[in-house]
Design a binder for this molecule. Structure first.
Ligand code: SF4
Length: 350
């Protein structure tokens, strides 16, 4: 073990944050925490982790839940494919591994939604097996510490850092070592406002010695954000509301929203009401326009959604329901899993 990794482990013992999954050795719970934390900040993930552990304390409990229930509990966390994959993987474990969480890296890596990072985290933390974890934090820490200037979002950069991480891993305590590097990235070696003064490995750090902490890591290019324009048609009939179950390969698969007319640019509600899609929804029905919402903007990792909700009322039921739509009682609307954008609209307008 190098001198600096010894210092890192000592620092970790004293400074690590107390988190609900800290010290946990149950691979199922480690898996759960890692999936939640993939695209979620610790503060937000904390509650969800506790809720999931409480409702589904074992992998068999999760496997026997319905997808609808799992999505509902996940509601608000975003990146819903994580929940669907997790549910699918729980069933995989029941069928292919006799209800026991698998123990070796390859079998864990083969579970739906589990990548190299998650498989390494589970095997090293739960079983103390020598697999290095490489996530965004780790890429940043090693790039600075070792002075690696190959872009960390390139295949070559990732490979270089992965090889370094494998070599530097403390093979006796891989789980603790992996968590210590990630904790360093979360507490000292942060993307901005670094805390080099408190960093246990400052004396060995290339970026610190060469005044390159603001330059490293280098990134090849930022992802382009796609603009989308969603004109939601909210249809009320008596005490029922028409919901749409998203089944296509797009964002929010499995969740509910409203029938939607998507346009390539911002379009006035009047124009939307003259469109062919509008006529295809209402046919001969003459909806009463109850309200047009203010514009909503909802940011996802690669998309910016610009949404407007046109609330309508119809006196007679629609002749033919748009694809994957269903009438639901207004009082039951909260039992359906919906994305946060829709939740915000519902809470204000219903
Ligand atoms: S000294 Fe600063 S840049 Fe270097 S590893 Fe520590 S926090 Fe990161």
């Amino acid at each position: 073990m190098s001198n600096w990794s010894h210092k890192l482990l000592k620092w970790y013992e004293v400074n690590k944050r107390e988190l609900p999954w800290r010290g946990v050795k149950d691979p199922y719970k480690i898996w759960l925490s890692e999936i939640i934390l993939q695209q979620t900040r610790v503060n937000q993930g904390w509650d969800y982790y506790n809720r999931f552990v409480e409702k589904y304390p074992t992998v068999s409990k999760l496997a026997s839940a319905s997808e609808h229930e799992v999505l509902k509990l996940w509601q608000g966390l975003g990146y819903y494919s994580r929940a669907r994959n997790m549910h699918h993987a729980a069933k995989q474990i029941m069928q292919q591994h006799k209800s026991k969480f698998p123990k070796d890296y390859e079998a864990i890596r083969a579970l739906k939604g589990v990548g190299d990072y998650t498989a390494a985290a589970i095997t090293s933390i739960a079983y103390n097996l020598p697999y290095p974890v490489v996530d965004g934090n780790v890429l940043r820490v090693y790039s600075r510490l070792l002075g690696i200037s190959t872009p960390i979002d390139s295949t070559e950069g990732k490979k270089k850092i992965w090889e370094a991480a494998e070599e530097l891993l403390d093979k006796k305590n891989p789980g603790t070592y992996n968590q210590a590097v990630m904790e360093l990235g979360a507490l000292c070696c942060t993307p901005k406002n670094l805390n080099c003064a408190e960093c246990p490995v400052q004396a060995s750090c290339y970026a610190y010695a060469h005044k390159q902490t603001a330059i490293l890591p280098i990134k090849e290019g930022k992802t382009k954000v796609k603009e989308r324009f969603l004109n939601y048609i909210v249809i009320v009939h008596g005490n029922k509301i028409l919901l749409h179950n998203r089944q296509k390969k797009d964002i929010w698969k499995g969740l509910h929203d409203f029938p939607c007319i998507e346009t390539v640019k911002r379009t006035s509600p009047e124009k939307v009401m003259l469109s062919k899609e509008w006529k295809d929804i209402f046919h001969s029905n003459k909806p009463i326009i109850k309200s047009v919402s203010e514009p909503y903007t909802h940011i996802l990792s690669h998309q910016r959604l610009n949404a407007v909700f046109i609330k309508t009322e119809v006196n007679k039921a629609l002749k033919k329901l748009p694809e994957n739509c269903l009438w639901v009682e207004r009082k039951n609307i909260d039992t359906y899993a919906v994305p946060r954008l829709i939740e915000q609209y519902i809470s204000k307008y219903f």
